[in-house]
Design a protein around this ligand. Structure first.
Ligand SMILES: [Mg+2]
Length: 213
């Protein structure tokens, strides 16, 4: 049973926790970065079904060797202010979660390095040292992100009004609606329009004044 917390902050990963879209870094390895970036952009604007889009984008990764994960991790840039935010959450008795439509294979290194307490993402199928182009298990889509936020709140004894969700993409909108406060961060127009609050500067330290003291 996880320790009780005063409040819960859940961040999206790609373009929220970090200044990259990991699937694009992996697609570069297959020479399909531009094509996958365009498909990702459409998914983040909410123009296509996220799960269908993710499956077809992951199919473009077939044949990429597993060594690509460490090269992708080396290219990741944490978002400015992320350590300030995470330290502030911990200093005030809160818990930080990350829920991602991206991949455990990268987040399992990046999230603990940044001090994230709990994280969840998709898993890629690997066979004979290379990606098969398939996702393992159910896809972390908008509904799964919202369900994860509720699950973590319950596990840590945090009432829903004391939950915060921060994201940039259309697949973050459901968790932003479910949370006590939904913050659009560096977000797409549809996400800005639906958020409780819009954080304009690409600096997660801007969120600190909104946390319980
Ligand atoms: Mg994102």
């Amino acid at each position: 049973m996880p320790a009780p917390a005063r409040f819960l902050v859940v961040l999206d990963a790609d373009y929220t926790l970090i200044r990259n879209e990991v699937i694009e870094l992996l697609a570069d390895e297959a020479g399909r970065g531009a094509e996958v970036a365009a498909a990702t952009e459409a998914a983040m604007r909410g123009e296509v079904d996220f799960a269908d889009s993710l499956r077809s984008r992951v199919a473009a990764l077939a044949g990429v060797p597993v060594e690509a994960f460490s090269r992708a991790i080396a290219r990741i840039e944490p978002t400015p202010g992320v350590r300030v935010l995470i330290d502030a959450v911990h200093a005030r008795g809160g818990v930080v979660g990350v829920v991602s439509g991206g991949f455990h294979e990268v987040l399992d290194t990046v999230a603990p390095d940044l001090g994230v307490d709990v994280w969840r993402a998709n898993r890629l199928v690997v066979a004979e040292g290379a990606l098969t182009g398939e996702v393992d298990g159910p896809i972390v889509d908008a509904t799964a992100k919202a369900d994860t936020l509720r699950e973590w709140a319950s596990a840590h004894g945090v009432p829903m009004p004391l939950t915060f969700a921060i994201g940039d993409g259309a697949n973050d909108l459901r968790m932003m609606e479910a949370a006590g406060l939904g913050l659009a961060f560096n977000a797409k127009p549809a996400v800005r329009a639906a958020a409780d609050l819009v954080v304009g500067p690409v600096d997660l330290a801007e969120v600190v004044p909104l946390l319980p003291r």
